[in-house]
Design a protein around this ligand. Structure first.
Ligand code: GDP
Ligand code: ADP
Length: 205
């Protein structure tokens, strides 16, 4: 059985990576796709762990080669998911999680309509700005650009299947894990998984 594709989007600083990482620690069945980007690494970010950091020219070459499942320009940098990070894993029955923006989410939904998508909102604009600053890794100019872009990102929240407001962190993590768990229990997937059981239960005496 093919794995399930999960999409998680949020404005920068809403807590997306923190929530996803906490869920992945609890749920070993999901693999996180490592995106490609032309953005420079932040202090502490490692190649092939947080992103595959490549030049803008190398990114464009990958676009021309048709290597991307989805890609977009986000906050002035190229970001994209390679086909290789998704298709073999799904075919092997593994669930795959994409942390991408609304533009990428639209491209993925067009290709995989049963992908499960989640949007995360901050509890307020002040909290969003405070969290961006708390991370302490971006310049004032970068923070200003990300805050300006946050409104546009958030305006797409209604295109997603699920919405989480990340006020209390542990609550948000619990909600995200519940979405993962519920998606695996969808009728179509359960029927496929338990075909033998259903046949046995319904067979004549
Ligand atoms: N479309 C697309 N967006 C991505 C991808 N990887 C990351 N993003 C988005 O790029 C935005 C900025 O990410 P990043 O620079 O890591 O900053 P952060 O969101 O503040 O941690 C976020 O909205 C991410 O979801 C990708 O592969 N494709
Ligand atoms: N519910 C929360 N309450 C307070 N701080 C939070 C909460 N969730 C995340 N944070 C903090 O906000 C900052 C941004 O979180 P991060 O996961 O990097 O956001 P994103 O991936 O959406 O850009 C981090 O310092 C993180 O510890």
């Amino acid at each position: 059985m093919r794995g399930t594709l999960f999409i998680v989007a949020a404005p920068s600083g809403a807590g997306k990576s923190s929530i996803v990482n906490a869920c992945l620690e609890r749920d070993r069945n999901i693999c996180l796709s490592i995106s490609f980007t032309s953005r420079a690494p932040r202090p502490g970010e490692r190649h092939a762990e947080h992103y595959h950091f490549i030049s803008a020219d190398a990114f464009k070459a990958m676009i021309r080669a048709g290597d991307f499942f989805e890609y977009a320009e986000v906050h002035g940098d190229w970001k994209g998911t390679a086909k290789q990070s998704v298709e073999p894993q799904l075919a092997a029955g593994k669930d795959v999680l994409l942390e991408i923006d609304w533009q990428g989410a639209q491209q993925v939904k067009a290709q995989v309509p049963d992908a499960v998508s989640v949007f995360i909102l901050p509890p307020s604009r002040a909290a969003l700005e405070e969290r961006m600053r708390k991370r302490g890794q971006d310049s004032e100019e970068t923070i200003a650009r990300r805050l300006a872009n946050a409104r546009e990102e958030m305006s797409h929240h209604a295109e997603f299947d699920y919405l989480i407001v990340n006020e209390v962190f542990d609550t948000a993590v619990g909600e995200m894990c519940a979405i993962f768990a519920a998606s695996r229990l969808r009728l179509d997937r359960q029927v496929e998984r338990h075909r033998g059981l259903v046949e046995a239960l319904l067979s004549p005496e």
